[in-house]
Design a protein around this ligand. Structure first.
Ligand code: PLP
Length: 375
């Protein structure tokens, strides 16, 4: 059996262990310390635009705190891009609030401005103005940043930007992770950079960052005894994990470059297979191409191809199943146009790691070519 080819696997720079050793040598083995501060500074510098970053235990924790900071409470409604990973929507339910799902458009596969505005108007006419909009840059492709911002501002609803898959992506030269009223990042094992597990909040105001850090470290008021006037969370990033993050920041741009090269390689190689189509990069957008995604003519062909690759130990994965089709969210309100369901049926993510070798890429390509030669 050939070696397993993963969709996206961790890719270390070699510098991570230096920062981890430093943490051990100085005994900063805790959810605070120089690596946490250093990683936050690296991220702030990378994102630019005067953002303030709070390093947290996961992207999901960041989404949860983000909703709290936006004032979302029990029985509130939160608009959420339906086509996403479930972690975008779950924190709405942690708070006892209600997700309202919005379908995608076909230019970026992200939240559809038209459906979003219809949803807002409809919810307002039902007497419940949504408290927040969760917009996601899926697979590294930015959502329609200006259109979504215009609508959000028009109805005075804040945006929680889920940038978990899009560190390194840009819209009009500005980095993703700087467009929400609050933004989140993830450093899970399969993301563009990883700390093994981890996440961050990026905000526009030092005071909001301070509040996020306060809530993420058990909400202790300033008192020598333990005094609490808020419910707290244990969501801060560990200093060991942050050391991995500092090492990973040194190669972020080269990983983005490599993932974009993977995309271009697949695209060039399959240009004569008319059954395969790709998501173009719209003008003004720069995708980190976290995962290369293709669309196929039918569900049947997508599934056959996926299983065919699996027989050679190659992992590929259908595009995210929309939240409005998930059993757990089946009773939620939704505003649909059919696009996210169609993409789910026909779309496939190909192995896209920055550490794929030429050999591995060639194995994927010859697998796909031989599938289309025989089917
Ligand atoms: C990975 C991911 C998350 C969750 O981040 P974790 O760090 O795994 O908790 C949230 N949203 C999207 C779109 C993701 O891909």
């Amino acid at each position: 059996m050939n070696n397993k080819i993963w969709l996206s696997s961790p890719h270390m720079s070699g510098k991570e262990q230096f920062y981890i050793k430093e943490a051990f040598d100085s005994n900063w083995v805790a959810p605070l310390g120089p690596n946490v501060n250093g990683f936050e500074q690296d991220l702030q510098q990378y994102l630019g635009d005067d953002v303030f970053v709070a390093a947290l235990a996961s992207g999901t924790a960041a989404l949860h705190l983000g909703l709290i900071l936006l004032g979302v409470e029990k029985d509130d409604e939160v608009l959420c891009q339906s086509k996403t990973f479930s972690a975008s929507a779950n924190p709405i339910v942690y708070l006892g609030a209600k997700p309202v799902f919005v379908d995608s458009e076909d230019k970026t596969w992200n939240i559809c401005p038209e459906r979003l505005e219809i949803a807002i108007k409809d919810r307002i006419s039902n007497g419940t103005k949504p408290k927040a909009i969760i917009a996601v840059h899926l697979y590294g492709m930015p959502y329609q940043v200006e259109e979504i911002r215009r609508i959000a501002d028009n109805y005075e609803i804040p945006i929680l930007e889920d940038s978990a898959e899009s560190l390194g992506s840009e819209y009009k030269g500005r980095k993703c992770g700087t467009f929400g009223d609050i933004s989140i990042l993830s450093f899970n094992g399969n993301k563009i950079i990883t700390t093994s597990g981890g996440g961050a909040l990026a905000v526009r105001d030092q005071k909001i960052k301070d509040k996020a850090v306060f809530l993420s470290t058990q909400a202790r008021d300033a008192a020598p005894h333990y005094e609490h006037s808020h419910i707290g969370y244990n969501y801060r990033m560990s200093n060991i994990v942050a050391g991995i993050g500092r090492g990973q920041m040194t190669i972020l741009d080269s990983h983005v470059k490599k993932r974009r090269e993977n995309y271009q390689f697949y695209r060039d190689t399959f240009k004569n297979i008319y059954e395969i189509s790709f998501l173009n990069e719209p003008e003004d957008m720069y995708s980190n191409r976290w995962l290369t995604t293709i669309s196929l003519p039918s569900y049947k062909i997508r599934e056959e191809l996926r299983e065919f690759l699996l027989e050679d130990n190659i992992e590929s994965r259908p595009l995210w199943k929309p939240m409005h089709l998930q059993p757990i969210f089946k009773d939620c309100s939704k505003y649909l146009n059919g696009i996210s369901e169609d993409l789910f049926n026909k779309g496939l993510c190909l192995p896209s790691g920055s550490n794929l070798t030429e050999n591995e890429l060639n194995r994927v390509v010859s697998g796909i070519k031989s599938y289309f030669a025989i089917c």
